[in-house]
Ligand binder design. Sequence first.
Ligand SMILES: [Zn+2]
Length: 418
Amino acid sequence: MQNDISKLLLARRAFVKNISMLLASLMVPSIAFASKSSKKNNKNEDGNSQALVPAHVTEIRHWSNPSYTRLSITLNQETSYKHRMPDAKASNQIYIDIRNAALVAGATDISVGDGLLKSARLSKLNADWVRLVVNVEILKKYEIFPFYDPYRIILDIHGEGRAGIAKNEDNIHDRPSAVEEKKLEPKRERTKQGKIRRIVIDPGHGGKDPGAVGANGTMEKEVALAIGTKLAEKIKRELGIEVVMTRTTDVFIPLQERTSIANKVEADMFISIHANASPNKSTAGIESYYLNLAKTDKVAQLAAHENGTSLEKVSTLQAILFDLMANYKLNDSAHLADEVQRALYKKVTSKYQGSKNLGVKQGPFFVLVGATMPSILVETAFLSNEMEEARLSDQLYQETTADGILKGIGSYIMSLKG
Ligand SMILES: [Zn+2]
């Protein structure tokens, strides 16, 4: 009994550590793991500004997706912001007021005209505030939240369909409006007919972000790319399905761009490939994840404790996730994770001894946030384990892993047809 409890605690600890390590290694700390330096600026909530160096907007970017447009405002340091619609009736403007900010040459206004977002213009409001005026066509709702490293304010704009985007998105005409989609989930119907037309494979990490690194120097970013590339070839060849890769070289891609790519190409499936790490060198095995909130207060509390942050911050994170998960295909993702986990474990143990089935798990993984299709993250094996590091760097093991994931994808597609 004592043993069982300590096992449970260890498992929970490993789970939370794993998430926090993954988030850290993926370069996007969540709210719950916000950096200590940021607290200094946030303490001044009431505006008693001491002589703070003002923040500068360094870049404004946007991504047009079929059902929403994402605007990203990068700042050179963290600061607070307010947002509102100045005229609720007209609902075609959003103001984002950035505290303790100054205008500098370089950050340019943008004109978009994608049928949803018209433009975004920066102006100096007064000594302390910079205002970004976002002009939209017809706004249905918007979500705003921060990302870190570098600090960004992300605005997701959802509208009533869009007018001008059809020329860029050739599939747009057969997409239902957002309203219909909610009622009928036609995308699910489409996949039910077995029409998985496009799969996005996302090799984790890359460029300046190596991910986990084994004792012998094997880097997660290399292993993920090798397995992802093999998997992509197999999907094309054996399933005859189109594959889009988020990266094919050793390049850094911010997390939110990865799901944006999947949404933009209207992928029917998103699979992120990773290799695991644990402080316990004997930990080994395969696990698959889908996106979900921490289920109990205990998990949230433990997350707060483990990360040296307040429970309040964890609940802020949960609230943000809850909003973002409105379009997440929870059941389909759980189902896909299940098929992939099962097939991958089976394949690996048919050729290699000593692998463990760590099962399907759920957690707040930022790489899955914002995906609108079934999407999972596969932790293929542990780089922190000597035996598994050797295997992960071996071509044959990579091949076997790709075969296993392929088998799982195949089973998932078969089950949709039934
Ligand atoms: Zn990873």
